[in-house]
Write a protein that binds this ligand. Sequence first.
Ligand code: ATP
Ligand code: MG
Ligand code: MG
Length: 554
Amino acid sequence: DESRSLNFIEHIIEDDLSNGMPKDDLRFRFPPEPNGYLHIGHASSICLNFGLGMRYGAPVNLRFDDTNPAKEEQEYVEAIKKDIEWLGYEWDTECYASDYFQQLYDWAVVLIKEGKAYVDSQSSEAMAEQKGTPTTPGTNSPFRDRSVEENLQLFEGMKNGDFDENTHVLRAKIDMASPNMLLRDPIMYRILHRAHHRTNTDWCIYPMYDWTHGESDYIEQITHSLCTLEFLPHRPLYNWFLDQVTESDKIRPKQREFARRNLSHTVVSKRKLLKLVEEGVVSGWDDPRMPTLSGLRRRGYTPESIRSFADTIGIAKRENVVDVSLLEFHAREHLNKIAPRVMGVLNPLKIVITNYPEGEEEWLEAENNPEDPSAGNRQVPFSRELYIEKEDFREEANRKFFRLKLGGEVRLKNAYIIKAESCTKDTDGNIIEVQCTYDPKSKSGSGTEESLRKVKGTLHWVSVKHAIPAEVRLYDRLFTDAVPDGHKEKDFMEFLNPNSLEKVTAYLEPSMKDVNEGDQFQFQRLGYFNVDKDSEPGKLVFNRTVTLRDTWAK
Ligand code: ATP
Ligand code: MG
Ligand code: MG
């Protein structure tokens, strides 16, 4: 949206441009680690980076930050690509930090030769003890003054697989007294005898995030490397590493930080989401209750709704929690425009139209989408026996109940005005059938005086003999607490909502017979629904994406 005011990142870019940076130099990247599926927080970062690419006509790389073979998998790489494409963005170059392993190694050798890196052979515990505290300086490692020759030899041995894990690391020689703890001789390489999803067993030393990220930005000539706020204290280290390699005629990337986006009633951390998957709390990364892009997609969220949500919340300098109802609002807004209307009953109560001829039926005209005249009409069957929602009938009710009650009238959507005359109960007193009469002259759209008569309520319904049964999955918040991972004393798993999934058998109008996975509908008065991947012809399965109104705002 070109009309909105600039965000603070765009101000930084505008300043750079007015200070002489050629617009053609601009280049951005989105750098996921392939250690899980993308979630709604990542959508903010994707929309930010690709949005900048679109605004400035600049390329945006997709860079896999794949430096930890213990947690990364090809499955995640594929899922990440699919999700970004689904959101509607196109990257310029698909890059992998692992493609730079040789270059990073060569640069590390240069640092060793310049006396700026050394092999430390202590345990990680000993190194941690020497780190000091933010207010007291650290202690130099006894290995800090190893000769260049010895360091070169050991580092090569590390690379060649001569050593076990946890026996040596390569550290940058910066300043053990720096007030910034991250500058106290950070680790650049560790030994990991693990196969990598791309480099297989070519390497058994792996570069750390800080050493890798800025150098990767430099190799790709990224101008603005945008990351979340927790990396703010890393910025001096990012710059220190760049200082070691940057040539004067090349672009020197800039790291700039924005606030992580959190969503209420869920967790947006791959590690925590993985725990939900591994413990079987959800059916997988794409469980429709998950805040992953694949879960949201399966739930029926559209890419448009996620992008408009991300645009609306924008980017911030401080962390906060965005209420999930705002995301739902954006889904409703978009689905209202595109989803065809149909009738389905979730909790059926049979009604019999006693003055409608037995064995007869008629097909009535129904509008597919009042928001979209080009969507056309369809036919829905009407007959003597119908289902309405149980909640839509009461024997007695006060004047505010605009649905069906004994002696009262309602309009059946696209059909007739009916009046409830009597009802039948089972031995427990539950109402199992309502006998009604209809006004044959009141047919919707017939233009008669009776068809124009105003009655207070309009109900959705389906014809019993034409109805298609379907499994409908109704979802609630996955967590009962707004910020489940915001408690010091309690683990986020303690706030799981035991009732986050309810399965019901619904009855749908027969036009729904041939639906396909992903098709979206408004079930009138009930919400937006889509066809789940578990659906099969004759055994339909739907997810409720979102209700029609925000029942949580009340
Ligand atoms: P997680 O904790 O979920 O694993 P991460 O930051 O480690 O998140 P990455 O794969 O490294 O995940 O993220 C890729 C990019 O997306 C990074 O630039 C990161 O800062 C950004 N990002 C991740 N989570 C969020 C969030 N909640 N809000 C905004 N940006 C995010
Ligand atoms: Mg991570
Ligand atoms: Mg990360």
